[in-house]
Design a protein around this ligand. Structure first.
Ligand code: XIL
Length: 357
């Protein structure tokens, strides 16, 4: 692999400046910053981002997304909240994203088939037999439609309780069993798509080691029950104040299953959640953020090649982030790799540095 410096020199000589994002960037002190290479060109694994159909028509978004990323996860239009309507299935948006991926030679990752936060209303009042039928039909129809178009699916999303103590209780577990609804979902997904890597996906796995442990015990249980779990997804909405080593430790523990790992929704808010007063300077927050993001990128990079499914950021520019929408938005957070202008953020540079070795 070429180093970042070699890449920049080589690209300048070859006149591939359009690939460079950040040619006229300046740091806070006004010092010109070097551009960063296209992330997808320096990563030896797919680099993903999420997308909404509205963004596909934004030339600035597309240019940046196509320069740096080679995999897309639909941000929400492939979820039950969009696809399942009272009048039946609605695939216009996820089809458009699939077409965009195909047109641009990008991979696609599907999310999400079973999520505690969705489907409650649509499944309310069904008899047990109808519930099972509708559940199976949803997975068969959705996963079947994108067979050959997606590399993988988040089959079960966010199964572990918020505090890491056990599993969540919800309409799926109540109707089909705490573990059994997951086994069933994986089996149905496998029937619908024999090739896709089938993920169990969750968040705060590195931020909260107790939750990480519960999650990995769940993976073990599902595998023992015969569920065709094929990959481990860690959303990685990072808490930048966690201790050094926590992220690396979780990734190594997760890797012990030998399955592919997906960092599926990386962002790293500079804001502190909760009521604690925050007296950190901006430069302190940025150094916490870049240190943790480097730890994540380098721990992921250090995995065996066949376990590096993808590293996906949950958005392209800071202003695209779900954290920059109500109720989270303070107008200042910088949780992603690019500024609104398309220049790389400190976090974008940290990722490029880690990938360049
Ligand atoms: C969020 C999207 O960013 C929003 O646009 C959507 O309205 C709700 O979902 N965990 C997940 C993601 O699994 O699917 C969530 O994405 C972010 C938290």
């Amino acid at each position: 692999m070429i180093s970042r410096r070699q890449w920049i020199q080589g690209s300048a000589a070859l006149g591939v400046a359009p690939l460079l994002a950040g040619c006229s960037a300046f740091d806070d002190g006004g010092t010109p910053q070097p551009p960063i290479p296209a992330l997808k060109d320096i990563a030896p694994f797919p680099m993903g981002t999420c997308a909404m159909t509205g963004q596909l028509d934004d030339p600035a978004w597309s240019r940046l997304a196509l320069t740096h990323f080679n995999q897309i996860t639909p941000e929400w239009e492939m979820k039950m909240e969009y696809i399942l309507t009272p009048d039946g299935y609605r695939f216009d948006a996820s089809d458009r994203i699939a077409d965009f991926c195909r047109a641009h030679g990008m991979h696609m990752h599907g999310t999400t088939l079973v999520w505690y936060s969705q489907g409650e209303e649509a499944f309310r009042g069904l008899s047990p037999a109808d519930f099972r039928r509708k559940f199976d039909d949803y997975i068969a129809t959705v996963a079947g439609r994108y067979r050959g178009k997606v590399r993988g699916w988040d089959v079960v999303n966010e199964a572990v309780a918020e505090d890491g103590n056990g599993l969540r209780a919800h309409h799926w577990s109540e109707a089909l069993g705490k573990i059994d609804h997951m086994v069933r979902a994986f089996e149905q997904a496998r029937l619908a798509d024999a090739e896709a890597v089938l993920f169990i996906n969750d968040y705060n796995l590195e931020n909260n080691p107790a939750k990480g442990d519960t999650f990995l015990r769940l993976v073990e249980r599902l595998l023992k029950a015969g569920a065709p779990v094929g990959g481990i997804g860690s959303q990685s909405h990072l808490d930048i104040e966690i201790r050094e080593g926590q992220i690396g430790r979780f990734i190594q523990q997760a890797a012990q299953f030998g399955l592919p790992i997906h960092i599926s929704e990386l962002d790293a808010s500079l804001k502190r959640e909760g009521g604690m007063p925050d007296v950190r300077t901006v430069s302190k927050k940025i150094s916490q953020q870049t240190d943790r993001v480097k730890e994540l990128t380098e721990s992921f990079y250090a995995l065996p090649a066949n376990q590096r499914y993808a590293l996906t950021l949950w958005g392209v520019r800071d202003t695209d982030s779900w954290l920059r929408r109500p109720p989270h938005d303070d107008g200042k957070d910088s949780p992603l790799a690019f500024e609104a202008s398309g220049q790389p953020t400190a976090m974008g540079r940290a990722i490029a540095d880690s990938l360049s070795g």
